[in-house]
Design a protein around this ligand. Structure first.
Ligand code: GDP
Ligand code: ZN
Length: 444
């Protein structure tokens, strides 16, 4: 790792395609010579200046703003040079090639952020939230990711770790006087302190679980014949929110047809319209993927025209769904007939046209996903964080159950601390780092 983290890396940091501005980002050690070769002069630190970006002959490749951040006051903690040129793929490629000519190599996905982490500019949870902020599918998710990025989540974890360390020191000190163990712990209120840690951990877990709903969204399987009102229902559900269509990590673009938002929570709609018998190989692959997505769904929505009810075609799909998947049947278009809005168990009678009954459906979907909008302190947690928090909670519970058996008590506290430390990366394996940073986009 040492050698690859020491060289100079470069990448286009802005999104592919055309734009007003495109940024080439370079990070490495001693970039002054490098900068001089491209700009023709040594740039002043942190001063925006209009420059010519030059090729090896001194001819202009582009004209733009150069920004130079000497180590350690940069995003990566190394020397960073940002060349803001014109945002066209060809011109940015020219600038990038010039960087490679000068000895830089192409940055791997997430490599800038990885260096920031290795140089202690960010902890691991913060580094992950960089990707989460970029991938955020709603304003709420973005706000939540930013909170993690600025260290609010890490701060909570540090407080928990510190409290565990204090308690461990207390216990270690007691280990020297075996016959007075229980008395000592009682006098120091060790169990009271443990209970306080347990409470704080539960609060953090709640916030993390909520954040994870924001991040992952709710996966909805939509079943319904043409014309029953699927599109109308999705529009009503989304309400004022602008529907943002995004690719969700872990699912393929072609199976998730649409993403809408309810109160900022992304709702990924998996349409089952394509689930029919076919001889076509490509279509078959698509169908297999759709079923794969359905297996990961949080809820199924069957939409029927209230005047026709559930037909055999829909019965077939329902029969093939995982038995554990919650199912809501929506009887739509009540405005046309004699029905009024009502709910009978998992059957909802509503109108996608007038909006009657939509609020109830919205609330129901959020409830199934475990969303509590008033849940305090949301954190953009990943599965890895949730697992670590759960492990810590388990060890703390075991410490409590260990009672006066001091060695067990101490050992469980140590394990709880280790579990929490994996979140911020103070206690992490190399392969975890590889896994986390490889999921970034290039240039970040
Ligand atoms: P989809 O094919 O399932 O997506 O159905 P659409 O949402 O495109 O709706 C099909 C037709 O039914 C359109 O003309 C809608 O205006 C109409 N429609 C949808 N929901 C309702 C409803 O609740 N009441 C009435 N009266 N018409 C509806
Ligand atoms: Zn439609």
């Amino acid at each position: 790792m040492a050698s690859t983290d020491n060289d100079t890396i470069a990448a286009v940091a802005t999104a592919p395609g055309r734009g007003g501005i495109g940024v080439v980002r370079i990070s490495g050690k001693q970039l002054t010579l490098f900068a001089k070769a491209i700009l023709g002069h040594e740039p002043k630190p942190r001063l925006a200046r209009l420059c010519r970006f030059r090729d090896s002959q001194g001819d202009a490749l582009d004209e733009g703003i150069a920004l130079y951040f000497p180590a350690p006051h940069s995003f990566t903690g190394e020397d960073v040079l940002e060349l803001q040129g014109h945002g066209g793929p060809a011109v940015l490629q020219l600038i990038l090639s010039r960087c490679f000519e000068l000895g830089a190599r192409p940055a791997q996905p997430g490599e800038f952020t990885r260096r920031a982490y290795l140089n202690d500019k960010l902890d691991l949870a913060q580094a992950e939230s960089v990707a989460d902020l970029i991938d955020a599918a709603s304003a709420e998710a973005a706000r939540c990711a930013l909170r993690s990025l600025t260290g609010v989540f890490s701060q909570r974890i540090h407080e928990l770790v510190d409290a565990l360390i204090n308690l461990r020191m207390l216990v270690e000190a007691t280990l020297d006087f075996p016959e007075e163990e229980t008395d000592f712990l009682k006098a120091a209120d060790a169990f009271g302190k443990l209970a306080a840690i347990q409470g704080a951990l539960e609060k953090t877990r709640l916030g993390a679980r909520q954040g994870s709903v924001l991040r992952e969204g709710i996966r909805v399987v939509l079943i319904g014949q043409p014309n029953v009102g699927k599109s109308s229902l999705l529009n009503q559900l989304a309400g004022q929110d602008v529907a943002i269509v995004t690719a969700v990590p872990g699912t393929t673009r072609d199976t998730v047809r649409e993403t809408i938002q309810i109160q900022g929570v992304p709702l990924h709609i998996i349409d089952t319209a394509g689930l029919r018998q076919t001889e076509d190989e490509v279509e078959r692959i698509g169908i297999a993927r759709t079923w794969e997505a359905i297996r990961q769904a949080s809820v199924a929505l069957l939409l029927v025209d209230v005047q026709h009810g559930v037909t055999a075609a829909e019965q077939d799909i329902i029969a093939a769904l995982p038995g554990t998947l919650p199912l809501l049947t929506i009887h739509n278009k009540i405005d046309l007939g004699h029905e009024t809005f009502c709910r009978r168990g998992n059957d909802l009678y509503l109108s996608a046209k007038t909006g009657e009954g939509i609020d109830i459906l919205r609330t129901e979907l959020l409830k199934i996903a475990g969303w509590q909008p008033e849940g305090e302190g949301l954190f953009m947690a990943r599965d890895r964080h949730l697992i670590a928090l759960a492990q810590a909670a388990q060890h703390i519970e075991r410490a409590r159950a260990a009672g006066g058996r001091l060695e067990f008590f101490a050992e469980e506290l140590r394990l709880a601390q280790n579990a929490l430390s994996t979140i911020t990366g103070e206690f992490s394996a190399d392969d975890l780092l590889g896994e986390i940073f490889s999921r970034f986009c290039i240039g970040k």
